[in-house]
Design a protein around this ligand. Structure first.
Ligand SMILES: [Fe+2]
Ligand SMILES: [Fe+2]
Length: 472
């Protein structure tokens, strides 16, 4: 069994700090911590990861077929049973690979905001819960990586499904700059080692703006960030996963200072964390339903299906915490200033634009348009031993999958609508938010198959051109 430190103390009434107005959300937090620490889902999940063997699970669907790569496309219809199973398994791998990276980010922000709540005082149970969640995430991440690696190796071997095209375009960019921009100006903006002078000025300026605007809250500045600064380390910001997609790194570092200094902003961060919880739940819940169906019928339950099941049970506690802080606990603190409202609005607006503004035709549940990076992934998959296509064949199939209307787009829209509902359930309550964020306006506008076909076809044309240029 996995030993997860349980530092649970008997439930007792939390001391009421001066700033706390109502105990209801504190009661929810205490109860959630108690139930989370008492449960054994993390241990079960970790055990499944350790004993996972792909061969024992390879002949079973891990979830309903519609949660498979390429589901509903003409290529899926033409695929063999074995390929369909592999696409169902690779969907799990892709989804949880992304989740692992996002949860690593969550662990950092648990520490950033925890520092603020400890400085405020009176939120000890919440701080314990956040520490406990961070520990749970480390087991989740390791389990996802173990199963993901073994599965990927069994299906496509050493084929790298990442992206190499972007390296090439960066080099092209540089040669273009060399022709037009004088060397001293280029040196100011670019650096081959570490940050350029421009980046250093920009980061210092943004940090100074944040600290000046929040100067009346400096007594709450997170100990975690203070320790990093004392060691001369950078303010943390994700470069990958859901968090890394929201904005450029310097914007995220700028936002991190806010979450690590203002009690209101520390709670506001949890509306963003709720977004990650909702995206995950939208795709993970079908695994739970599938698990229960198999259990009822007394059929074999593939280990990854069981991992998803136990993960959702763990994450349900985390989601409750996100909701409670985002929807209720922020009211414990003074009302947000105009500046804090502006920054909160900007963050959620950027998040909508980068994570929720479109529709995929080939990856059910992904609410962004299909970009070149995703196309590189599919291109390599079609050329891998799983499909064994040549360049011409791969591009012809990809055109049918990305640029023609098929069932996959309709399945994508179904998941888009259910996520929109989950998002509105929280954001419609946040009176300090911009109207477009309360209504999830950007996301709602992205739920259109005709728009997706137009955008995805445009991206595919560019992708096909870059492949042709590479081959010539
Ligand atoms: Fe997790
Ligand atoms: Fe979590």
């Amino acid at each position: 069994m996995v030993a997860i430190k349980k530092t649970l103390e008997p439930i007792q009434q939390s001391p009421t700090p001066l700033k706390v107005q109502g105990p209801k959300h504190l009661h929810i937090i205490e109860k959630t911590y108690h139930n989370n620490a008492e449960s054994d889902y993390t241990e079960k999940l970790a055990e499944l990861g350790k004993t996972f063997n792909y061969a024992d699970n390879s002949n079973y669907y891990w979830v309903i077929p519609e949660l498979s790569l390429l589901y509903g496309t003409p290529l899926y219809d033409a695929a063999s049973t074995q390929q369909k199973l592999a696409l169902n398994h690779l969907y799990w791998v892709g989804n949880y690979n992304h989740t692992a990276v996002s949860e690593a980010t969550t662990s950092i922000y648990n520490k950033v905001t925890n520092g603020v709540f400890r400085a405020v005082g009176g939120y000890e149970k919440l701080c314990d819960e956040l520490d406990f969640e961070t520990e749970q995430e480390s087991y989740h991440i390791r389990t996802f990586q173990r199963i993901g690696y073994k599965t990927k190796m069994a299906i496509v071997g050493k084929t790298i499904l990442g992206n190499t095209l972007y390296g090439k375009s960066e080099k092209e960019n540089q040669s273009w700059q060399q022709l037009l921009i004088p060397q001293p100006v280029r040196d100011f903006f670019n650096s081959s080692e570490g940050s350029s002078p421009f980046a250093v000025y920009r980061d210092k300026t943004l940090s100074a703006i944040a600290k000046t605007m929040l100067r009346d809250k400096k007594q709450y500045y997170s100990q975690y960030l203070q320790d990093l600064e004392a060691k001369g380390e950078q303010i943390p910001a994700p470069s990958d996963g859901l968090g890394g997609r929201i904005a450029e790194r310097y914007w995220l570092q700028f936002f991190t200072i806010h979450w690590g200094m203002s009690p209101f902003m520390a709670c506001q961060y949890y509306s963003l964390r709720y977004t990650a919880n909702a995206i995950l739940k939208n795709q993970e819940y079908p695994y739970v339903r599938y698990y229960r169906e198999l259990e009822q019928k007394g059929e074999y339950i593939p280990a990854p299906t069981a991992v998803s099941y136990y993960h959702l049970l763990d994450e349900a506690f985390h989601t409750t915490i996100s909701q409670t802080l985002a929807k209720e606990m922020y009211k414990d603190f003074p009302k947000p200033t105009a500046y804090e409202k502006f920054i909160s609005g900007l963050m959620i607006y950027k998040m909508q634009c980068s994570l929720l503004s479109g529709l995929s035709g080939v990856l059910p549940g992904r609410c962004v348009y299909d970009d070149e990076m995703l196309m590189v992934f599919y291109y390599k998959l079609l050329k891998s031993p799983l499909f064994g296509m040549d360049t011409k064949e791969a591009l012809e199939w990809m055109e049918k999958c990305f640029c023609q209307e098929h069932e996959g787009y309709h399945i994508g829209l179904k998941y888009h609508q259910s996520l929109l509902e989950l998002m509105r359930r929280l954001f419609s309550n946040l009176d300090y938010q911009w109207k477009i964020n309360r209504e999830m306006g950007i996301m709602a506008a992205g739920g259109s198959i005709s728009k997706a076909l137009q955008k995805n076809s445009q991206a595919f044309r560019q992708f096909a051109q870059s492949i042709a240029a590479q081959d010539s």
